[in-house]
Write a protein that binds this ligand. Structure first.
Ligand code: NAD
Length: 348
């Protein structure tokens, strides 16, 4: 059995990763498209066998309610549009996969979760690294105690923002992006660190630095570093940037180290283990990194068919948006910020 999936937004990630992964998936089939560009939508529809009647635009989007071939709606729009289209999809009676970051504000995240509950439909945030074989292997090794007690995570996820590419144009605009490198790419370091530690931080402090004369950073941040403290006593250092290139997550345990480098690429991720018994070795991982894309799609299809809560639910997306907002507040105030159990700031 395959569920019908509708993709909203035919940009770079949707066309190059999401739609091909739906086409490869054993649990999903592409049954509808939503786009503002009718010519592009018609081309994509023809290529993937989507009927013309199942092509929607942003005005008639709500008519997806009448299409029984749509079970799940996958939101691949700029961040500032995630909340509106997620809520409209729930009101149309569909399940939703929403890209990261979940939304621009904690309030929007709360509204999305409430809409999911009202509709009694699943909400999953597309944190693909949770379905990436090297990341899954590293978590398994950590849980098996192969690194001893993991007490620190050092995580840096960065990429160069390139305004000559259309997909990066909206990322410099606060209304559409919600923030800078941390919302876009640093969120992988944050989400990964919490995934490996299995706990939510109690406090954080962050710093931001922007090159003064760079047009890219008038509205959103370039570099951010943050320190996070945890109930277990663990410490995390995060780094994010739009002018540097790095993608690594390091788990430091009392009996060794696990290093994902690259950690969250689309392909070619690598896991290295260092320890007294093994020296340094590359950990063999049988499945390719690209399995992450079908992995997350299959996970939500199964969550719908078997009625379970997805591993990366709305509460996780809210937590991460809350933590990023706390980082921005900390950098602004030049002070530590205390956190609620859900990841939001404890004080004003
Ligand atoms: P993109 O610019 O290539 O795609 C966005 C699409 O939204 C475009 O087709 C654009 O035309 C459309 N759009 C509709 N209304 C718009 C409006 N008002 N303003 C601007 N564009 C509008 O961007 P992308 O890189 O594909 O990113 C889309 C989403 O996917 C983002 O939320 C991003 O964070 C996420 N993403 C996730 C990953 C991942 O690995 N999980 C990778 C890339 C992007």
């Amino acid at each position: 059995e395959r569920l019908g999936w509708c993709v909203v937004g035919l940009g770079s990630f949707a066309l190059n990763q999401v739609i091909p992964a739906i086409a490869r998936s054993q649990t999903a089939r592409l049954t509808a498209l939503v786009s503002g560009n009718a010519d592009k939508a018609a081309r994509v529809a023809e290529h993937y066998g989507v009927p013309d009647a199942a092509i929607y635009d942003y005005e008639n989007f709500d008519e997806i309610a009448d299409n029984d071939d749509i079970d799940v709606v996958y939101i691949v729009l700029p961040n500032g549009l995630h909340a509106e289209y997620t809520i409209r999809a729930f009101e149309a009676g569909k399940h939703v996969m929403c890209e990261k970051p979940m939304a621009n504000t904690v309030e929007e995240c709360r509204q999305m979760i409430a809409a999911s509950e009202r509709a009694d439909k699943k909400l999953m945030i597309a944190y693909r690294a949770h379905f990436e074989p090297h990341n899954e292997r590293a978590l398994q090794m950590k849980e098996d105690g192969e690194f001893g007690d993991v007490k620190m995570v050092l995580a840096s996820t960065m990429r160069t923002l390139d305004l000559s590419r259309p997909r990066d144009e909206w990322r410099v605009l606060r209304d559409l992006a919600g923030g800078g490198s941390t919302m876009d790419i640093g969120i992988y370091a944050l989400n990964g660190a919490l995934y490996f530690l299995g706990e939510t931080p109690t406090a954080l402090v962050a710093s931001i630095a922007n090159p003064p004369d760079d047009v890219r950073f008038r509205e959103v941040e370039d570099m951010l570093t943050a320190q996070l403290t945890f109930p277990s006593g663990a410490l995390v250092n995060l780094a994010s940037a739009y002018t540097l290139n790095e993608n690594r997550i390091q788990l430091l345990g009392t009996e060794g180290t696990g290093l994902l480098d690259p950690a969250t690429s689309y392909s070619g991720n690598e896991l290295r283990q260092t320890g007294p018994d093994v020296g340094t070795r590359i950990v063999p991982v049988s499945e390719p990194a690209a399995r992450q894309f079908t992995g997350e799609i299959d996970h939500l299809s199964r969550a719908v068919m078997e009625d379970f809560e997805p591993r990366t639910p709305g509460a996780m997306g809210l937590r991460d948006v809350g933590l990023i907002m706390a980082m921005y507040a900390s950098a602004e105030r030049n002070a530590w910020v205390t956190l609620n159990p859900d990841g939001t700031m404890a004080e004003g």
